[in-house]
Design a protein around this ligand. Sequence first.
Ligand SMILES: *Cc1c(COP(=O)(O)O)cnc(C)c1O
Length: 477
Amino acid sequence: MDKQRTKASGLSAAQARAMDGAALAARFYREELPNMPARPTVGLDEAAGRFLAPLSDSGMPEDEVIAQIVRDASGGLHSMANPTFFGYVLGASHPVGVAADMLVAAWGQNAGSSFETPAATGMERAVCNWVIDLLSLPSGSGAGLVTGGTVANMVGVMAARHKLLAAQGWDVEADGLFGAPEIPVLIGKDAHSAPFAALRYAGLGAARVRVVETDGEGRIRADAFRRALEQTDAPPLVILQAGQINTGAFDPFGELIPMVRERQGWVHVDGAFGLWLAAVPELEHRLAGVREADSWAVDLHKWLNAPFDAGMVIVRDRAPLVASMSARGAYLPETTGHWEPSDSTPELSRRARGIPSYAILRHLGVAGVREMVARHCRLAARIAAAVSAEPGIVVLNEVHSNQVAIACGNGPDGNELTMRVLRRVQERGKVYPTHGEWAGRQIIRASVIGYAMNEADADLLSIEIIDALRWCVDNPD
Ligand SMILES: *Cc1c(COP(=O)(O)O)cnc(C)c1O
């Protein structure tokens, strides 16, 4: 027991120092980030070795624990929150979201219940409403705040599973999938791995899908889609994509979704990052028709730059969402418009993960979100133009959004050179793009998505890639 605890304070002196120390260390980290190397300076063995000791018998005061964590993490953290991080597709944990996240932890609310934490519920409802509005999705849709894009896809697929099987007279929540009628599943050849994981989790099987041909940008081909649909003998689940991971391209929603409607199917859209273009009036035509789908998965920890553990599933018809997710049992009456958070996510108890997104949306406003997404798309085009002006570099995609697929040398013969160039760029430590594969080639993939990225960051990336190529050509292995 902590003997220093008094009625006047809920914190002992060491606990207070721990909280202040963490807040200060958090601020110091972000202030120093521009001066830090782009990647960790110690490897896994050394970094992990600092922590992987046997648990001591005696414990340690709270402030010393925080000091130890800060000290031993040093050099082992990746500067993912810096605007020079172009890897994968990752948001950069906006500081106002980080600050709000500290409150989330301190408040210790179980946000699964609206009755027990009305303030957290209010903020999370606002996030759901605002995101639905920003993305021009149907108002009145059901929404759930989940851990990220993968789980958002899973929840969307499970809502679809409920609806499509109920239409065939099958109660999947009660009776499971053994003996259930078939649901044909269609998905594009260049879909992300996450919807396949979603199909696995939902018991629909990742391998029994019908994979539909795509074009050179990874978009589903309407003719191939029509043929695949014609071969289905029950209302299908169709998974479309807003934002291909390598090209940033969008499936032709306006052409495809009406075909699914004719067959009473369900359209789920994996829009983890790309759906955010729907918030920008001058770009939204690129995903025309996307709002006609039945469900959408979108990340908040990607383009909105929320700290990690933030995704959202949106389902046009709230009833199948609640039927598939509610922990209160599958036989709930469709609640009278009452929004109970645990009804639309897999968890019963959870942190109030919507609050950091509330803070970021409040900070940016509609105009701020639009400016950020539009700026990132512009910067991606700027990078593509800069690097492709260099002989020996090709950009393999049209820039549809924020992703640039960069290859060096001639065709697959250039693969080795591309990988050398990527390694050199990463080792120099000024910027950090990562690897991908596209059109049968190794690529350097640049994702422009950090909230603070500007022209100088984009140009630094282009220069680093061009310089690395020249160096690799002058210094063969
Ligand atoms: C990142 C991503 C996902 C998975 O989202 P997580 O938040 O990493 O779980 C799914 N689909 C696409 C297109 C993505 O870019």
